[in-house]
Design a protein around this ligand. Sequence first.
Ligand SMILES: CCCCCCC/C=C/C(=O)SCCNC(=O)CCNC(=O)[C@H](O)C(C)(C)COP(=O)(O)OP(=O)(O)OC[C@H]1O[C@@H](n2cnc3c(N)ncnc32)[C@H](O)[C@@H]1OP(=O)(O)O
Ligand SMILES: NC(=O)C1=CN([C@@H]2O[C@H](COP(=O)(O)OP(=O)(O)OC[C@H]3O[C@@H](n4cnc5c(N)ncnc54)[C@H](OP(=O)(O)O)[C@@H]3O)[C@@H](O)[C@H]2O)C=CC1
Length: 290
Amino acid sequence: MRERRATIRAVSASEIFAPGLLDGQAALVTGGGTGLGRAAARELIACGAQVVLAGRREEVLAATAARLGEAASIVTGDIREQEDAERIVATVLERHGRLDLLVNNAGGQYFTPAEAIATKGWQAVMRLNVGGTTRMAELAVERAMRPAGRGTIVNVTLSPHHGLAGMTHSSAARAAVESLTRAWAQRWAADGIAVVAVAAGHFQTDALDKYPEPVRASVARTVPLQRLGQPPEHAWLIALLASELGAAFSGSVVTLDGARDNWFGPWPPPTLADEAGEVPTEQRRPAATR
Ligand SMILES: CCCCCCC/C=C/C(=O)SCCNC(=O)CCNC(=O)[C@H](O)C(C)(C)COP(=O)(O)OP(=O)(O)OC[C@H]1O[C@@H](n2cnc3c(N)ncnc32)[C@H](O)[C@@H]1OP(=O)(O)O
Ligand SMILES: NC(=O)C1=CN([C@@H]2O[C@H](COP(=O)(O)OP(=O)(O)OC[C@H]3O[C@@H](n4cnc5c(N)ncnc54)[C@H](OP(=O)(O)O)[C@@H]3O)[C@@H](O)[C@H]2O)C=CC1
């Protein structure tokens, strides 16, 4: 595992938070080199935090850190491996002497029908999303947050919660992480540690490129907002949870999805509406007679 410091380049001020909101904080963002993790790191830095980006690909992390400037640094490692995970947390402590915020953002799955998921694939998704997230949370608590008597852990999960038919392994894994979030919030409250899950809907990141074209083309239409989420929107929520307000959210699953959760389609439902777009209404009951 190799480490490298970023070159100097500043991030512009936050568009919505006051300067200095997170001054003095040290954050660790897993999967911080790409997509939602990169946007979160940028916003945390804009708010004053020092951020360590973790992931497996050094070149990806280094390119992001170079864009984020001297408040960003990188550490390579695989969150599924105990030794790597330990070194990731140790690196943050060596560099900053503290870890105030862990963003458990590294995760993912592949798109396939439920019955096509091989045991090995199921285990791969569980190992990454549940195993990796758990390992990082426990290490952050043991090594940094409990000794400091404070800290915030944000676990990135997935909306809709009623299940994604092409990603059932991930629906199950993220449900487990949300359940763990609630349990950890109780378990670690007395240590001054807040644990929150952010259930992300469908966000416009490069990762969507890996899904089949018809899936990509239709995703935004499955969202009542009729557009994909933008990474800065997710990043603003992460920064908010890293602020003093995060403690009050402990144990919550905050869904950020443009109303995707539990949406069953547009209104009026195309199968019910007539040519004029009107939906049949039920007859009123006759007035009661005396
Ligand atoms: C209707 C709306 C749908 C759109 C939803 C949009 C919402 C977006 C949600 C997101 O999360 S976007 C972010 C996506 N990012 C990632 O997924 C990145 C991380 N993902 C991965 O690394 C992999 O997908 C992984 C499987 C989770 C982990 O990979 P790992 O390296 O551990 O496994 P592999 O060795 O590659 O594979 C192991 C095993 O898994 C099965 N498998 C893997 N990929 C596929 C596939 N594409 N199709 C079928 N099966 C797959 C397979 O059994 C593999 O074993 P072998 O066959 O290789 O022996
Ligand atoms: N985009 C979306 O619409 C949604 C995304 N999400 C979730 O948000 C998170 C970020 O998504 P997004 O940015 O779009 O996708 P990405 O695929 O870009 O992000 C995944 C990141 O995790 C890192 N990563 C993956 N496996 C490991 C590992 N074993 N150890 C360390 N790092 C790892 C990857 O880097 P590397 O490969 O270099 O290790 C990558 O930077 C993921 O958990 C995703 O599932 C949830 C809902 C919707």
